[in-house]
Design a protein around this ligand. Structure first.
Ligand code: GLP
Length: 248
């Protein structure tokens, strides 16, 4: 089931989600348990990472007990590439908090044997006890992670081909469409649905139509985000423009 939550602005949304994450981390660490977070890239979660960093610096929130799994990585981009998600995460989050290095997992865009790397990624998630809380953005094709249409509900971490709309949307970061990789490694829809809580964030008018489809359309591979309707605990955190097409 998808619950929608309207926030006055990006910052307030980020504060609400960061607070929930902090409470989960503190609660679990009190009983000696790690917190497994699924993390996302893109411009949407940036205010969330900024707020988590503030909680670390100003309120002493510790991420020592946190284990992270990122959703995806571009194929062919290594950790040093300015547009790799590894680098994005390092610059926007990991460099500023105390998640232990060995607790950080991001698919390896340079893996020689992608199928093997993806199977290992699934195994690492299972070994960590599964994802407690998954952060998601949404692409205009309806992708979550890089699960482009068509992506079935039972898809697992795998190599995927990027939709041209996604390549165009993401070319703003690369400066030039030709530089945007054609492939990626992504957690699957089933991997995401197994997370115990899912918090999807979408801001702005540009996401209004895909948010409407994700919430209202019958779940199908044609719009992978619709599969979230089958999740028992999924919240869409929206600002007013992103929620503007949800009114009946
Ligand atoms: C990328 C990522 C997705 C993300 C999407 C939306 O394609 N792989 O995980 O949700 O972009 O990006 P943005 O938040 O910049 O709109």
């Amino acid at each position: 089931m998808i619950t929608t939550r309207l926030h006055p602005d990006k910052r307030t949304a980020a504060q609400a989600i960061a607070r929930e994450m902090a409470e989960l981390i503190v609660l679990r660490s009190k009983s000696g348990k790690p917190t497994v977070l699924g993390l996302a890239t893109g411009s949407t979660p940036l205010p969330l990472y900024a707020e988590l960093i503030r909680l670390r610096r100003e309120e002493g929130l510790s991420f020592r007990s946190v284990i992270t799994f990122n959703l995806d990585e571009y194929e062919g981009l290594g950790p040093e590439h300015p547009q790799s998600y590894r680098r994005f995460m390092e610059e926007n989050f990991f460099a500023h908090v105390d998640v232990p290095k060995e607790s950080i997992h991001i698919p390896d865009g340079l893996a020689r044997d992608a199928a093997r790397a993806c199977a290992d990624y699934e195994a690492s998630i299972r070994a960590a006890g599964g994802i407690d809380l998954q952060i998601l953005g949404i692409g205009r094709t309806g992708h979550i992670g890089f699960n482009e249409p068509p992506s079935s509900a039972d898809s697992r971490t795998r190599r995927v081909h990027l939709d041209e709309l996604t390549r165009r949307d993401n070319s703003v970061f690369f400066g030039d469409l030709a530089q945007v990789p054609h492939g990626a490694l992504t957690m699957g829809v089933a991997t995401i649905l197994e997370a115990r809580r899912v918090e999807l964030i979408a801001f702005g008018e540009g996401k209004a139509e895909i948010v409407r489809r994700a919430v209202r359309e019958t779940p199908s591979a044609a719009c992978p985000a619709t599969w979230l309707q089958r999740h028992p605990r999924c919240t869409f955190h929206l600002d007013a423009p992103a929620a503007s097409r949800l009114q009946p």
